[in-house]
Design a binder for this molecule. Sequence first.
Ligand code: EPZ
Length: 433
Amino acid sequence: MKLVIEGGRPLRGEVAVQGAKNSALHLLAAALLTDEPIVLQRVPELSDVRAQLALLEALGKRVERLSAEGYRLRASPAGLRPLAPPEPARRLRASFHVLGPLLARCGEAAVPLPGGDAIGPRPVDLHLRGLEALGAHIEVDKGRGVVYARARAGALRPARIELPYPSVGATIHLMITAAGLPGPGRTVIENAAREPEIDDVARLLRAMGARVERTGSRLEIWGQDSTELRGAEHQVMPDRICAGTYAIAVAIAGGSAIIRCVPWHLGALVDTLQAMGVVVRERPDGRGLEVARGRGAPLRAIAIETRPYPGFPTDLHPPIAALLALADGESRLRETVFEDRFAYVEGLRRLGAQIEVDAPRRTAIVRGVRALEGADVRVRRDNRAGAALVLAGLAARGTTIVHDDEGLIPRGYSRLVEDLRALGANIEPAEDG
Ligand code: EPZ
């Protein structure tokens, strides 16, 4: 797939964002904890979501599509089969999170080691240590790339887990698992991640009857009394990374737009954009964020460091780099979460950006230029790098063609082209050829 963009058009209007990918994928894993119906609304139409749904069906869940973004998940007569097949599991990282709930329900499970964006080795050691603390016996068959697990004493038990790093995935995976365990007692996860998607999953778990409490970086999840977790309905939270991407799009293209989202989920980005001279304000009517920048208005260079929430999100590293390419002076963008988030650099350079990467320091040094020039660019490895190239194309002079041969952009964004066009961008999908 490729996208053809004629740069130079300001963005105007109002846009709602998709349901959060990095909540929806984990809500689907949580549905394994009950045989009763789970209804999820505002599930984004993404290839990763389709893969996770296919995995749940392979595990024995019946999936009914209620609407474009609504699904009902039920048990099938055959019940759960705790063996996750390599396809589709290898396609995405979040597939690994079915291991814990399968262990909680069936006492044993086999799940392939995860796939996902190629932005670093992305080990799962924190997940496995946490499951062992809950009483799992883990064997990793590196040859076949499969993790075999079983509950030592027939069932996992609540325990205290101290995460050495606030891993989002490990926090969510262990929280979901702990919610499916028999009591008495409670699981405590210390140094838990604080990303809003975690609290969206906790809301579903509570609706299912679990007791989950957060105090800062500590999560407490009580073991269940006799009853199983029940069915529930849940609406996925708005996707803050998609909202942030759109906010940066308005900043880079110029114009003024309202982005319907949860403003406090984007505090670090709002602070960054304001420091660069972009007008960003929370709408008093609760409709989200209003972003505005006059055409050609100066952008101040800045130093950014990605951090776990509430710090600047790593998933907005590539998109903000496109904006830094047009700032006055030298900006520094340091990546502290993943080993390699620089897949966008080659494409931005082809568009005229002046970027050097100090790999040992995981830092991009970006010297702003007066203007970017349209060119043919390729999306590599990271769906957020694809978004960065699209955003740069909005500002570049002339035509930019973004080649997304691996279909990485639709892994993270369900309506990027439609939403940007609705805001006035001149962007068209085109068949390869
Ligand atoms: C989740 O990935 C998101 N994915 C990522 O979004 C997001 O960038 C990331 O959280 C950080 O916010 C989903 O939710 C599906 P981590 P995850 O565990 O869970 C290391 C996107 O584009 N680590 O917080 O993999 C790991 O290698 C994607 O939407 C271990 O060492 O993030 C990384 O360096 C990209 N051992 C760091 O921690 C472990 O067991 C952060 O990983 C787990 C993680």
